[in-house]
Design a binder for this molecule. Sequence first.
Ligand SMILES: Nc1ncnc2c1ncn2[C@@H]1O[C@H](COP(=O)(O)OP(=O)(O)OP(=O)(O)O)[C@@H](O)[C@H]1O
Ligand SMILES: [Mg+2]
Length: 190
Amino acid sequence: MESTIISSQNFNAYFGDNHVVKNVNMDIPKNNVIAVMGPSGCGKTTFLRCINRMHELIPGATSDGKILLHNEDVYSLNSILVRLKIGMVFQRPNPFPNLSIYDNVIAGYKLNGLKLSKAERDTIVESSLKKAALWNEVKDTLHRKGTFLSGGQQQRLCIARAIAMEPEVLLLDEPTSALDPISTASIEEL
Ligand SMILES: Nc1ncnc2c1ncn2[C@@H]1O[C@H](COP(=O)(O)OP(=O)(O)OP(=O)(O)O)[C@@H](O)[C@H]1O
Ligand SMILES: [Mg+2]
């Protein structure tokens, strides 16, 4: 049996009285790509946001049941630590508008007060942008603002920012829905 990385057990999520995610039970094996499918409004985004504890940031939003990461309940861990281990890329690209491409990629380290040497930063920026299939397009303009990029490039920048933290789990909430077919193809390839 492959080992399970995320396990959802009798998990429910609510917006006030609106019971949106109903009793989800599933195990997600390590090193697999798993797709969640369902009609608009059925709770896919809400469920993903529960896995890395973003749901609780919305006023009135609650949940019960368990989400385990390696058999540890993420709701018993420090939420910031959970979000370091479980990264997320949203439906719409959201690079930090005032930061350069380079600083966007390592933003997670800066925001969490994790100190890196210049050489470490350079290595992480290059390898993350290569993994996100964006390096060749931006390697000569790393110090320009990320918002100069096209939508597809911005989304790949957000993927690079997420993978720079080497998360154990990456939640992708329809990251290609706002993109053209060519950008979609390069993200699917990634
Ligand atoms: N911030 C919010 N406050 C209150 N209700 C919300 C909020 N976000 C979502 N909902 C409600 O929760 C339900 C599930 O929404 P969710 O965004 O999880 O659906 P989805 O499956 O991701 O849909 P889509 O395919 O359109 O992205 C919907 O009925 C929606 O109205
Ligand atoms: Mg959604």
